[in-house]
Design a protein around this ligand. Structure first.
Ligand SMILES: NC(=O)c1ccc[n+]([C@@H]2O[C@H](COP(=O)([O-])OP(=O)(O)OC[C@H]3O[C@@H](n4cnc5c(N)ncnc54)[C@H](O)[C@@H]3O)[C@@H](O)[C@H]2O)c1
Length: 253
């Protein structure tokens, strides 16, 4: 297949690990210049050195950090064609035991981060007629037991995707999202009874939210990266406001 992103200037968050790292690798392999923003600056620099890209410290809790990241990325690459909001955290806990701090941290990182980076990148995307892909979650489409704060943050990402697709269509900017189920990443490793989640919460969540495709191994980061790349490519020229679900059937009923 011909490379789809030759010369495209891609700003992505969360590139130090998991889905973000696999996405940085894929876009770089298809000719993109990639800038990574991540709170884990060492991991981001490692990924950038292996993809011939750029890395900057970024804390998605801080709107000012979003403004700086967009400006630095645009300066390093000469503009921005594609924004990929991937950074996020998982938060476990029933509603009655979710602290104000856990709630705020989850919403700040997972939802306010993409909102303010979208805002900060908008002038550059308007210039390039670029596009945005957000990483939501199957947990934003239905309730997963014991993950209310996380699910609400990801439902917000889905809403942000639709709102931005509506407003930005005036400028030719497409905005889409992927909604993965479980993906084998460091985040997912921690989301097990063995990884520190209350075994009762974990077993209840697992029993109620199994993928329907039970004949195959866990979904991998490159599989999600491939879906992100499709939405960001010209193959998806007519897609905006689309939520592409890759959850093995978890949310089908
Ligand atoms: N792994 C899954 O099962 C799964 C399922 C659905 C959705 N997702 C979503 O995919 C995205 C990537 O998750 P992953 O599984 O690759 O996790 P991961 O833990 O491997 O990677 C998350 C990345 O986000 C970065 N990050 C965390 N807090 C940050 C902050 N405040 N500012 C900037 N960067 C920050 C981390 O340093 C890390 O590089 C997340 O948004 C997650 O919610 C993951």
């Amino acid at each position: 297949m011909a490379p789809r992103f030759t010369g495209k200037r891609v700003l992505l968050t969360g590139g130090a690990s998991g889905i973000g790292r696999a996405t940085a690798d894929l876009f770089a392999a298809e000719g993109a210049i990639v800038t990574i923003g991540d709170i884990d600056i060492e991991g981001a620099q490692r990924a950038a050195s292996e993809t011939a890209g750029h890395a900057f410290a970024y804390d998605s809790r801080d709107p000012e950090s979003a403004v700086l990241l967009a400006a630095k990325a645009a300066e390093a690459m000469g503009g921005i064609d594609i924004l990929l909001n991937i950074a996020g955290i998982m938060t476990w806990g029933r509603i009655e035991e979710t602290s104000p701090d856990a709630w705020k941290r989850t919403l700040d990182i997972n939802l306010s981060g993409p909102f303010f980076l979208t805002q900060a990148a908008f002038p550059y995307l308007r210039e390039s007629k670029g596009n945005i892909v957000n990483v939501a979650s199957a947990g934003g489409l239905h309730a997963v037991y014991g993950t209310a704060a996380y699910g609400i943050s990801k439902a917000g990402v889905i809403s942000l995707t639709k709102a931005a697709s509506l407003e930005f269509s005036n400028y030719g900017i497409r905005v889409n999202a992927v909604a993965p189920g479980g993906v084998a990443t460091p985040m997912h490793e921690k989301s097990t009874a063995g990884g520190g989640v209350d075994p009762e919460i974990f077993s209840t969540a697992a029993a109620r939210n199994m993928p329907k495709l039970t004949d195959r191994d866990a979904c991998t980061p490159p599989e999600i990266a491939a879906a992100i790349a499709y939405l960001a490519s010209d193959d998806a020229r007519y897609a905006t406001g689309t939520i592409l679900v890759l959850d093995g059937g978890q949310t089908t009923g």
